[in-house]
Design a protein around this ligand. Structure first.
Ligand code: IMP
Length: 203
């Protein structure tokens, strides 16, 4: 049976402050008090699994066991159909330059260069967001959200982050980089995953 979340502290198992704030906002209307894993000094495990769900589960379980509290973790990325769904779980890694810095324009160029080597590739792509809510006894509830679209080149818009400027969702003609954040949040992979989480575990 699906386990529900009780009132009280909930660890947000991320050391990325932007993500902690975004998840905190999404949980604002519920009776939980989000606390970040970073604020508690919890260790950040390596993402060693080969799926979004696997990595979200690994991060949530590590935090739940270390803090002895329920913990929520996510893992997300861009999947390009013609590239066998790469960069996928390696979306952040594709942004790493040889000098060690992270640059998403560079990551978008890598994707475009890989497509340019193919003959008439499909430009279909989708974002995935996996969420895992884990408890210290090892119980997990997992959800996967998705949004479909196509890739544009050159990148358009500077309102988002990561791969947003090249992602044109199936609905409308603005890229995620050109959209107002609230419009993106109404249709994103993260919104989809959160809606599933809330319906199953919060209500
Ligand atoms: P992680 O979930 O922290 O492992 O990061 C996954 C990477 O996927 C991020 O660094 C972003 O580059 C990319 N990504 C995930 N969600 C989005 C999104 O909504 N827009 C743009 N890029 C995203």
């Amino acid at each position: 049976m699906t386990r529900k979340i009780e009132q009280g502290r909930l660890i947000v198992a991320s050391h990325n402050q932007g993500k902690v704030v975004e998840i905190g906002d999404l949980l604002r209307d519920f009776k939980v008090e989000p606390v970040s894993a970073g604020a508690l000094g919890l260790p950040e495990p390596d993402e060693t699994e080969d799926s979004f769900i696997g990595n979200a589960q690994l991060k949530a379980l590590a935090a739940a066991r270390a803090a002895n509290l329920p913990a929520l973790a996510d893992d997300s990325g861009l999947c390009v159909v013609a590239l066998n769904n790469d960069p996928g779980i390696y979306s952040a890694r594709w942004a790493e330059k040889p000098d060690g810095t992270r640059d998403f324009y560079f990551a978008m160029e890598q994707v475009e260069a890989a497509l340019a080597k193919m003959t008439a590739p499909t430009r279909e792509a989708f974002f995935v967001c996996a969420l895992c809510l884990a408890w210290p006894d090892g119980h997990c509830e997992t959800f996967e959200g998705r949004v479909d679209g196509t890739l544009v080149w050159p990148p358009r818009g500077d309102k988002g982050f990561g791969y947003d400027p090249v992602f044109l969702p199936a609905k409308g003609n603005l890229t995620f980089g050109e959209m107002e954040p609230e419009d993106k949040h109404a249709m994103s992979h993260r919104a989809d995953a959160f809606a599933q989480l809330v319906a199953a575990c919060f209500e």
